[in-house]
Design a protein around this ligand. Structure first.
Ligand code: BMA
Length: 313
């Protein structure tokens, strides 16, 4: 990183933010936020957006754009709707998807929060085209959310970061699987800090881990509880490529937090909540797609190399 770049300057908001709001939706929607993101083979950006209806129940709908900023083509009906008949754990909706393209199985693996009557669970679905989905059901029981797999095997096994909530703690954990269905060898990964820290209340993975030459870049959200409510911000850590339980570096400061009006005011103010990121391998530009104030979708860009330089400085 050029030494003059501080953490507050690593990300730049797209001037046309918010890029998607309920007014853009082709059918009635209350709010649209927290999208997963991926690049399709034809170069389009696909967002799988959480859409909350006027009952309070969320589903997921795909929006596609050639440049990733404008002219979104939004599916005319829910793309992945809760199916409580066959999947009772989805009674209160499906939320906050993370999308990972897994070359080895030629599929996108989507992990999302199934909002059940006994708490949030991690559910998984796979797709090749974002039209037909193979649902794998619950892969981690409640309370758990904010999960995403790594895009390739590590030491011969699949790995997944997740966020159980127990004993008043919300820390990030990692687990492993041979078949992506049965997950074990759970181990703590990153813990919420304490006291006055920005990530003192709870933390959770934001977009799926991003491979860099220096390690797995993990962008995570941290929550601080104040008298006025929760503050959701994003920070970063770098994990060893061969053994992600080894933390190379965890940044002290948050890199991105609610500042713009659309991030401070909405259904849940002072929230930035990225669930998706795309990276242009030619230019090195990283884009994070995030829910702003649980109301609309916005995007911010950074140079991947600058974030890595900040963490390794
Ligand atoms: C978290 C998740 C997100 C939401 C955020 C702020 O716990 O439930 O879906 O955006 O709270 O309300």
């Amino acid at each position: 990183m050029p030494p003059e770049l501080g953490p507050q300057e690593l990300f730049t908001r797209y001037p046309g933010n918010p890029i998607l709001s309920s007014a853009d939706w082709p059918y009635p929607a209350h709010t649209v936020f927290n999208p997963g993101a991926t690049l399709l083979p034809d170069g389009q950006t696909l967002l799988l957006v959480r859409v909350e209806d006027r009952r309070g129940i969320s589903h997921l709908t795909a929006a596609r754009s050639m440049d990733g900023f404008t002219q979104w083509q939004i599916d005319p009906a829910p793309t992945l709707a809760p199916d409580p008949q066959r999947h009772p754990h989805e009674t209160w909706g499906v939320e906050d998807p993370r999308i990972v393209r897994v070359k080895e199985i030629d599929r996108y693996v989507i992990t999302y929060t199934a909002s059940s009557q006994v708490g949030p669970c991690v559910a998984m679905a796979m797709t090749r085209d974002f039209v037909r989905f193979e649902r794998r059901g619950i892969v981690l029981p409640p309370e758990n959310k904010d999960a995403a797999i790594f895009p390739r095997r590590i030491g011969g096994r699949w790995a997944m970061i997740h966020r159980p909530h127990a004993a008043g703690r919300g820390d990030m954990w990692i687990c492993y699987s041979d078949d992506m269905v049965h997950w074990g060898d759970h181990a703590p990964l990153l813990a919420a800090r304490s006291g006055a820290w920005w990530d003192s209340c709870k933390i959770g993975l934001s977009p799926p881990p991003i491979r860099t030459d220096h390690g797995w870049l993990v962008l995570y959200h941290g929550v601080r509880m104040t008298c006025a409510g929760c503050l959701y911000r994003m920070g970063a850590a770098l994990l060893d490529l061969d053994d992600p339980t080894k933390i190379i570096r965890r940044g002290d400061e948050w890199l991105f937090g609610p500042e713009a009006e659309y991030e401070r005011f909405g259904d849940v103010g002072y929230v930035v909540f990225p669930c998706g990121a795309t990276c242009d391998e030619t230019t090195g530009e990283l884009r994070i797609y995030y829910g702003a104030a649980d109301t609309c979708v916005a995007v911010a860009t950074a140079r991947l190399a600058d974030i890595v330089a900040y963490l390794t400085a």
